[in-house]
Design a protein around this ligand. Sequence first.
Ligand code: SAH
Length: 400
Amino acid sequence: MAGSGMKEVVLNPEREFSVLRRHPWIFSGAVAAVNGEPGPGETVRVVSSAGMVLGAGAYSPESQIRVRMWTFTADTHVDKDLVYCRVARAIGSRAVLLAEASTDAFRLINAEADGMPGVIVDKYRDWLVCQFTTAGAEYWKREIIEALMVYMPCRGIYERSEADVRKHEGLTDKAGLLSGEMPPERIEISEHGCRYLVDVRGGQKTGFYLDQRDNRKTVALYANGCEVLNAFSYTGGFGVAALKAGAQSVTHVDISESALQMARDNTSLNVCDLDCSEFIHGSVFDVLRKFRDQGRCFDMVVLDPPKFADSKGSLMKAARGYKDINLLGFKLLRPGGLLATFSCSGIMTPDLFRKVVSDAAVDAQRDVQLTAHMQQATDHPQGLCFPEGFYLKGMLCRVW
Ligand code: SAH
């Protein structure tokens, strides 16, 4: 071990390229040697085969992603000050958003993109909700919470570390209060003039899909007078925004009964009654087929499915799923109608997604214009050298 006695990981010469390109993940196959038996989450110096110091990262003995980089500098010191700096930097970079009067729910820390692999922090009005998904994030958890209390004072900090990736890191799920007051069962947030109830303790992810904020606004812009189908509605997001913007009616479809109940409550919160809203419990694949067979039509269809693919192995099956729902979506649209279609599978590239949706248009025998590209909201930035951070892609299509 060279120098200060710090534990270190030595890379294979043919696998150094990505670290030199500032990519934050080092896979187990890129590691030639580990010196000093680092524990889970402990900081290791990352060294090239020729002995050059490339930076420092968090070691994760059980994960295929063996090291996640904290820094790419020769100064490999990772301590409380660095953690505080990163938290301050992430919050500071969202100052413009945080000043926005119409919205009070944001992502404050977006993992790798904010120099904090495995750390997700969402702000729902006066509460923060955290996910620590990696050994390195878990290792620095206390410091991260302290820094949040300094830089983003709030009523309480709640943990929802229940992501699948924790298993690959050798971590078990954790949820509960980390600091301050327990969040209420439902926190009411505002987003571009809509109000939504968020169940941060029991809802999906940290409670709400904040990454779709800008896209809900885009959909609302076109929704006036439309009959809208909100497929994979979750708690109503797109549909409620559309209704508030003057949609004639909204049909929500989701497989989760509790999400639909919340969609009902969110509708009541924003418009006086439920008369123009329909809530269908079932699988989108079945419900859309049924609508097609019944000859039902809409002016706008939103397709925001969950992640269909999480590995290269599941990509082709996922592509068939995306094609299926998009084909049905096209068929249900009146001429001149709009399809807002999304994929949140990071492994599916924008090019492949476009190909799948265009294949669906061909099979549906419809002329389709691509009106706008959509993506994750600006509080979910991606590291420029970390393409995996770009996961949410959307297209707004006009269908003739
Ligand atoms: N558009 C939403 C987020 C959608 S998340 C928003 O803006 O808030 C994806 C949703 O799809 C989840 O609510 C999940 O319950 C639902 N879902 C997953 N598989 C489904 C299926 N086969 N049919 C219907 N809903 C499904």
